[in-house]
Design a protein around this ligand. Structure first.
Ligand code: PLP
Length: 415
């Protein structure tokens, strides 16, 4: 990788960025922490930690209800995040931005509300072979309930979806195509625009699981023309328990509420309740106010660096890591798509991923081992589990060197 001082060719000053992440400063088992588990949850910069702290220290009040100053401030800060999320996704309108707990809830909201209203016996839902369980199980539950059919776009040996096979699956019964923008287990960046266009030509809607795309690249829901797009706050350097579902206004307006309770109503009598306007119709009860404010700070942080710079830097890191890992005898990368985001999933002949993870942990290196909530992906590649190093813009080439050294150690212990 080419670097001038700590500034990389992509224009990211990684050493300066690392100063913003207090977690990264510690040692684990006497070694500097190398955090390669950002796909599971990303670390939080001071900007996020401070925004949450400030809310609790200075502004803390419930939102949308009070005329008093604290409530006004809290409401303004929370709603400001809606504007930030709209800009982050390039959505048309704040009313299209629904706050949810995370990607899982975003998908479940669409399944419960849109799905129950629109999916009937004999209808078909298409997902892909590389989905996270969050984008499999809710659709499976809906299909069981409605006697609908779940169909799966297959992938090739590199971990790329086979679009010719997808084309064959589309038919007039297809109601929804739900797929991950980026695979958490393989790193594959799917051709979202093309998948969406093909679905639309067949008269189907689309839901994009953006959990692993939002931390790594510019997202433009208008250019994609996605009908629903969802991501999690904690994977974009924000807090847990908050996320965003974007939906096209016409679709959201036609959908029934997801949950009933405070804030989602306009009037309530024992005879009848009328519902609030978008987006509040889908936001029952006191939300994760601190989380929403923290998410706003996280989105500011990322856009402050620049999503294009982040993507370029991580690509450099991915190429460096791919080359370095490929030199380790007996190591096989799982997921070698031509379009790939910052995930290095691999197996090593004869060594169980849990053993790899344990030895790496002793070197201070945090990786994820297991099926990554994508068991069908593991089945497809005939492996029980992989070791996954997932990268973020605060990682460095030196940390990849430490991973390689750690893996040599693993081979010494188990070889
Ligand atoms: N989809 C993908 C591709 C993911 O990687 C994840 C989390 O790992 C999820 C969905 C679920 O996200 P959450 O647990 O934040 O709801």
């Amino acid at each position: 990788m080419t670097m001038a001082g700590s500034v990389t060719a992509a224009g990211i000053d990684v050493e300066k960025i690392r100063e913003d992440f207090p977690v990264l400063k510690q040692t684990i088992h006497g070694k500097p922490l190398v955090y390669f588990d950002s796909a599971a949850t990303a670390q939080k910069p001071f900007a996020v930690i401070d925004a949450i702290r400030k809310f609790h220290e200075v502004d803390c009040a419930n939102i949308h209800r009070g005329v008093h100053e604290l409530s006004q401030r809290s409401t303004a800060a929370y709603e400001e995040t809606r504007s930030k999320a709209r800009r982050f996704l390039n959505a048309r309108n704040n009313s299209e931005i629904i706050f949810v707990r995370g990607t899982t809830e975003g998908i479940n909201l669409v399944v419960s509300s849109w799905g129950r209203r629109n999916v009937r016996e004999g209808d078909e839902i298409i997902i892909s072979a590389m989905e996270h369980h969050s984008n499999i199980v809710p659709w499976q539950m809906l299909c069981e309930e409605r006697s609908a059919k779940l169909r799966v776009i297959p992938m090739n040996d590199r971990g790329e979806l086979i679009l010719e096979e997808y084309e064959k699956l589309l038919n007039p019964r297809t109601r929804m195509v739900a797929f991950g923008h980026v695979s958490n287990a393989l790193g594959t960046i799917n051709p979202a625009r093309q998948i969406i266009q093909m679905a639309h030509r067949a008269g189907a809607l689309t839901l994009v699981d953006g959990a692993q795309a939002a931390p790594h690249m510019n997202i433009d829901v208008q250019a994609l023309d996605s009908d629903f797009y969802t991501f999690s706050g904690h994977k974009v350097f924000g807090p847990t328990g908050i996320g965003v579902l974007h939906g096209k206004m016409r679709l959201l307006n036609a959908m029934p509420p997801y949950q009933g309770g405070g804030d989602m109503i306009r009037t309530v009598t024992f005879e009848k309740t009328t519902y609030n306007d978008l987006p509040y119709k889908f936001e029952a009860g006191t939300p994760n106010i601190a989380g929403g404010i923290g998410l706003g700070a996280a989105l500011d942080y990322m856009t402050g660096i620049g999503l294009d710079k982040i993507a370029a830097y991580e690509h450099e890191l991915l190429l460096y890591g791919t080359e370095a890992l490929s030199k380790i005898p007996g190591l096989r990368l799982i997921g070698t798509a031509r379009e790939k985001a910052a995930v290095l999933s691999f197996v090593i002949d004869g060594i169980h991923p849990h053993d790899i993870g344990t030895v790496l942990d002793r070197q201070g290196i945090a990786v994820r081992t297991g099926h990554h909530c994508a068991q069908p992906v593991m089945d497809w590649f005939h492996v029980p589990a992989t070791t996954r190093a997932s990268l973020a813009f605060y990682n460095t080439a030196a940390e990849i060197d430490a991973l390689v050294a750690g893996l040599h150690k693993v081979k010494e212990v188990f070889g």
